[in-house]
Design a protein around this ligand. Structure first.
Ligand SMILES: [Zn+2]
Length: 324
């Protein structure tokens, strides 16, 4: 009896089961054309340079919330609003703003959380000129949206991450890393169980001062708190993306001090291992000429895929990232 029953069951599984999608299949959904569409909106004049506390920033946070809603990804705040409101002191003035949080709950270790971050704000409008911030940090922002979408597709096919992932869009970066400081001072998920932070700030351009191939990315901080995270990151790149991982700015005596200059630092100072992904500066850095047509979308795609693969390993590996 049992044997006879097995045959039709087997046939039905073959005929109707979803094809077995792989990690690479999900990564491949991170796509240059989609990144371009998102960035031409996010870095458009309509968002008025997304300065903290302005109407342009409000448009930006609503845009991000609506993207996560459309993807079916839950709010990262308990009230379901996606927003972490905050009033912050900016050079003696109180400015109201918000971080945007979206959350995919882990299937096996939901209490352990990987934070992927990018800052949502930029410089606003000065002397009548809009600072669109396409690279800074429109590039990191739209990369995060595509990475989130790839993870959500994995969830839909029964391969969601084992650990939780918080997609954290912080404001006030340009005013002094204020939104990330607010988050780490008022964490929604315990910092003790925050296993790593992957921070993306400017990954759509190339550094004109750098010699050599264009398919590189600067990594900063990966080995400062955890050799394990550094090794995992190298391995993910070797297995999947094969970009040149350039550690020029990771040196402890780097005069640019980039390690201290973006949002990951607020996690690192809380003893959370971080990687900062960065293309370096260029002539349009913090200028109104940082616009979306100057982004190299094929590179943005590759770099976002690297971050996805690194996140996948952190979230799915048996062991959580080990502090030195
Ligand atoms: Zn930035």
């Amino acid at each position: 009896m049992k044997k006879l029953l097995l045959a039709p069951l087997f046939i039905s599984m073959v005929c109707c089961a979803q094809p077995n999608l792989t990690q690479q299949d999900f990564a491949n959904t991170i796509d240059a054309a989609e990144l371009r569409v998102l960035l031409y909106t996010y870095a458009s004049d309509e968002f008025e340079g997304r300065e903290m506390g302005t109407a342009g920033e409000e448009k930006a946070v609503q845009f991000l919330r609506d993207q996560y809603k459309a993807l079916g990804i839950a709010s990262g705040t308990k009230d379901g609003s996606y927003f972490q409101p905050m009033t912050l002191d900016v050079r003696g003035k109180n400015v109201a703003s918000k971080n945007v949080l979206a959350f995919i709950e882990g299937s096996e270790k939901p209490e352990e959380v990987l934070v992927i971050s990018a800052h949502l704000d930029h410089e606003g409008v000065k002397n009548g000129k809009i600072y669109n911030g396409a690279d800074d940090d429109g590039s990191g922002t739209v990369a995060m949206l595509e990475i989130a979408e790839a993870f959500q597709l994995a969830v839909a096919s029964g391969q969601g991450p084992k650990r939780s992932i918080l997609f954290l869009h912080v404001s006030g970066e340009e005013k002094g890393l204020l939104g990330s400081k607010y988050y780490t001072d008022n964490p929604v998920y315990s910092l003790e169980n925050t296993v790593s932070n992957l921070n993306i700030d400017m990954i759509g351009r190339t550094d004109p001062k750098r010699k050599g191939n264009r398919d590189y990315i600067y990594l900063i901080g990966s080995d400062k708190l955890s050799q394990d995270l550094h090794d995992l990151s190298e391995e993910a790149n070797k297995n999947f993306t094969n970009l040149t991982l350039d550690y020029t700015f990771n040196a402890d005596d780097d005069p640019n001090r980039f390690y201290y200059r973006s949002d990951h630092y607020n996690f690192a100072k809380n003893n959370i291992p971080v990687i900062f992904y960065f293309n370096g500066t260029h002539d349009d850095y913090h200028q109104p000429t940082d616009t979306p047509e100057k982004i190299q979308y094929d590179l943005l795609e590759q770099r976002a895929q690297l971050i996805f693969h690194t996140a996948w390993e952190i979230a799915n590996r048996d062991q959580r990232v080990v502090l030195d």
